[in-house]
Design a protein around this ligand. Structure first.
Ligand code: SAH
Ligand code: SF4
Length: 402
């Protein structure tokens, strides 16, 4: 759980509160010291033990020789005209991962079909309204991804390695405190976290969970379970474990209404087909903080976006599971050989779902000018799985439907 650096120092960002308490006990300290330390780290953003004025000097001295609180080195930062900020972090050995901050103002929530247009404004970068309604941070869980979805540029890069808990939490710790400084506030800036950056979070389960717990902890970031979302391509056994260990909001990347099509778009479907996935989603709902699962559906022109496929989706989901559907405009990249669905096709698809009474939203694309949208979070990965070569050799053979 803890990441030890070359000097043998432990990064305290790698602990949730019980983990930090156990660590403090090992140092011969009382457990409650851990709470103080945890609050300094996560609520105040302290990285220097000398800042922690109410901690006994003896403890601070012990920590100095053994531990550190360090974010990932920032390779670059891009601020979009709409206020979205993308950071690229160095995770060593030629690998980089990304995190994206997406501010929303006023009534510019996720736009329902025909809903209010986003009020473009930059909290951190430019002019416009300064009252932040919601600040969402999208973070990464792995350098690359082994699932290898056809439409995902992270998937095309292959898998390099799992991030540690410290590296996952560090993205939030860094972003929250950097944003507070930038905005000149001591108030919380990030209100929501989504595990929708690079990687499949449920294939890095053991490192993920302590990080989620830190997000939820009242002494940490104090986010409610409904404001922390794990997005998964459908790792069924781990959905069941998350339900027991840390039931936060769940988003499932569905992308197809039938197994033959989903097998091609999300290769993990061959292992955990749609029926098993939906059964796991239904089990999850018993403990979930919301009474629905969000299904993500990336709109690919003439691959999965025909009206008949919308009807199939209705038959699959209606009255079978509490759900919302989020249609995501595909972010194209050349190697995918796929095309973004046209606006009328997205509208027609959405209309079928809405007519059937399924709550449907179309995701706004944010940070387009800085490639900060989902599926653009490609970082730089030393591919150990040769995924790209595999995919080029076996191009997409998705049957075109009516
Ligand atoms: N591995 C997890 C979370 C990271 S991907 C998952 O697959 O759910 C986050 C979201 O971005 C997923 O819904 C994914 O399907 C979507 N996505 C990936 N590539 C995309 C692209 N090129 N355009 C639009 N959405 C994409
Ligand atoms: Fe991995 Fe998610 Fe991309 Fe699929 S969409 S390759 S699971 S990051």
């Amino acid at each position: 759980m803890d990441a030890v650096n070359l000097l043998g120092l432990t990064n305290l960002l790698g602990f949730d509160l019980p983990g930090l308490a156990a660590y403090c006990e090992q140092l011969g300290e009382k457990k409650f010291r851990a709470t103080q330390l945890f609050r300094w780290i996560h609520q105040k953003g302290a990285a220097d033990f000398d800042q922690m004025s109410d901690l006994a000097k003896s403890l601070r001295d012990k920590l100095k020789g053994r531990a550190h609180i360090t974010a990932l080195p920032v390779i670059s930062e891009h601020v979009s005209t709409d206020g979205t900020i993308k950071w690229l972090f160095d995770v060593g050995a030629g690998n980089a991962v990304e995190a994206v901050f997406i501010p929303e103002f006023g009534d510019a929530g996720p736009s329902p079909i025909g809903g209010a247009p986003p009020r473009g404004a930059a909290a951190a970068g430019g002019q416009g309204p300064t009252v932040l309604d919601r600040g969402t941070l999208c973070i990464s869980s792995q350098a690359g991804c082994a699932v290898g979805c056809r439409f995902c540029s992270t998937g095309h890069q292959g898998f390099s390695r799992n991030l540690t808990t410290a590296e996952i939490t560090a993205q939030l710790w860094f972003a929250e405190h950097a944003l507070r400084k930038r905005l000149g506030t001591t108030e919380r800036v990030i209100s929501n976290v989504v595990m929708m950056g690079m990687g499949e979070p449920l294939q890095n389960y053991d490192q993920l969970v302590p990080s989620l717990k830190t997000m939820l902890d009242d002494h940490g970031y104090g986010l409610s379970r409904r404001r922390v979302t794990v997005s998964t391509s459908g790792v069924v056994p781990m959905i069941d474990r998350l339900r027991e260990d840390c039931p936060v909001a769940l988003a499932v990347s569905l992308h197809a209404p039938t197994d033959p099509l989903r097998d091609q778009l999300v290769p993990l479907n061959k292992k955990y087909p749609i029926a098993e996935l939906l059964a796991a989603c239904n089990r999850y709902l018993d403990k979930a903080p919301r009474d629905f699962i969000t299904f993500e559906y990336c709109m690919l022109q003439e691959v999965n976006d025909a009206p008949e496929q919308a009807h199939e989706l209705v038959r699959l989901l209606k009255n079978k599971i509490g759900c919302k559907i989020n249609l995501i405009p595909f972010n194209p990249f050349p190697a995918s050989g796929l095309i973004r669905s046209t606006h009328p096709r997205v509208q027609a698809f959405a209309e079928v779902l809405i007519q059937a009474g399924i709550v449907t939203t179309v995701r706004k694309t944010r940070g387009d000018d800085i490639d900060a949208a989902c599926g653009q979070l490609a970082g730089e990965v030393q591919d150990r799985t040769r995924a790209h070569i595999r995919m080029v050799r076996a191009p997409v053979t998705v049957a075109k439907s009516a």
